[in-house]
Ligand binder design. Structure first.
Ligand code: TYM
Length: 332
């Protein structure tokens, strides 16, 4: 089968509902049909300061949440980026193939640099997208399933793959961006103009997969809604209600149109009560399974070590080919 690859940063105490509905659900679906590689980009996480113990914990939490959310380790290859040294090795080669101006145009870097200030932003943050390109190209995937915010980085991987191929001969598969339909973008519950994000201004806008039922219900019930009383899907005029409708639709598998018909003549409060129940019911088993897995970190670490071995088989073959093509001496 063709291959796919994707990852989520271990930079918070839990994945959030945007990661889950925007990415993980799609991964779980795709792993049935593709040879899937899912990894935890901890090298990316240290582009901004991390407490070492927190990072270790968050890496395990992320792995546990992948599995609890449905990643099947018998089928997919699950690993931690830092345990596969080829990522950093290929990233160096690609750094040398990328123009300074080209890297400067990455919009996520520009956003983050603004947030941290020019001096606080690390060089790692600047070359972050190139490391991401290495993550992708090492495995020769056909597709990279991500949310819209990652499109530019996957496009850079296409550009660099083509550049390397034309300079040194056919080496890399040029990957496709697999983007979920628009409704899979989840917005902040308090500020539906912004995407749901771990760096949100207030935690009230965020639903984490490890949040207790009560917290989840409360956040949904206090979500910002819009003027008027009508429940309909309109991103421009009704961003708050539209966000709740798309969460509802993704969680239950019912179409937005069906839901809108069902809530005709009802009040925002009705929608929120039902949605709070649907989300808590859906998330509860995922939270419980993740906590169970985290109870035995040595078993989790063993699974990850096994995944890293498998990942290295593919990654080292690609890197050896690259090293040979660019003119490095063979070992021994
Ligand atoms: P990250 O960790 O920010 O996000 C992980 C995935 O979740 C999606 N996502 C969302 N989808 C819908 N609504 C939201 N509110 C929302 N927030 C996040 C993201 O689009 C993403 O798919 N640079 C990457 C990690 C990475 C990677 C890679 C991804 C490193 N190397 C190689 C793919 C391939 C990142 O920071 O994603």
């Amino acid at each position: 089968p063709q291959r796919i690859l994707s990852g989520m940063q271990p930079s918070a105490d839990s994945l959030h509902l945007g990661n889950y509905l925007g990415a993980l659900v799609n991964w779980v679906r795709l792993q049935e049909q593709y040879d899937a590689y899912f990894f935890i980009p901890d090298l990316h996480a240290i582009t901004v300061p991390q407490d070492p113990e927190d990072l270790r914990k968050r890496t395990r939490v992320t792995a546990a949440q992948y599995i609890a959310g449905g990643v099947d380790t018998d089928r997919a290859t699950l690993f931690v980026q830092s345990q596969v040294p080829e990522h950093a090795q290929l990233a160096w080669v690609l750094n040398c193939l990328t123009g300074f101006g080209e890297a400067s145009r990455m919009t996520q870097f520009k956003d983050k640099q603004q947030r941290f200030g020019a001096d606080a932003a690390s060089v790692g943050l600047f070359t972050y997208p190139i490391l991401q390109v290495a993550d992708i190209l090492l495995y020769q995937p056909h597709g990279v399933p991500v949310g819209e915010d990652q499109r530019q980085h996957v496009e850079l991987s296409r550009d660099l793959a083509k550049r390397f191929n034309s300079r040194y001969g056919e080496t890399f598969t040029v990957p496709e961006v697999f983007i979920q339909k628009d409704s899979a973008k989840i917005y902040d519950l308090q500020n539906p103009a912004a995407k749901m994000s771990k760096s949100a201004a207030s935690p009230a806008g965020l639903i984490n997969l490890l949040d207790p039922d009560k917290v989840i219900a409360k956040r949904i019930k206090s979500a910002v809604t819009d003027d008027g009383t009508e429940i309909r899907f309109d991103r421009e005029a009704k961003p708050g209600i539209s966000n709740l409708l798309s969460i509802y639709s993704l969680i239950t598998g019912r179409s937005v149109d069906t839901l809108v018909k069902e809530y005709e003549g009802k009040m925002y409060g009705h929608l929120k009560v039902d949605l709070a129940e649907a989300v808590t019911e859906h998330i509860r088993p995922i939270r419980e399974r993740a906590l169970e897995l985290l109870d035995d970190p040595s078993e989790l670490d063993r699974l990850l070590a096994h995944g890293a071995l498998k990942a290295r088989e593919t990654a080292s073959a690609t890197l050896a080919d690259v090293y040979e093509k660019i003119g490095f001496l063979p070992l021994g």
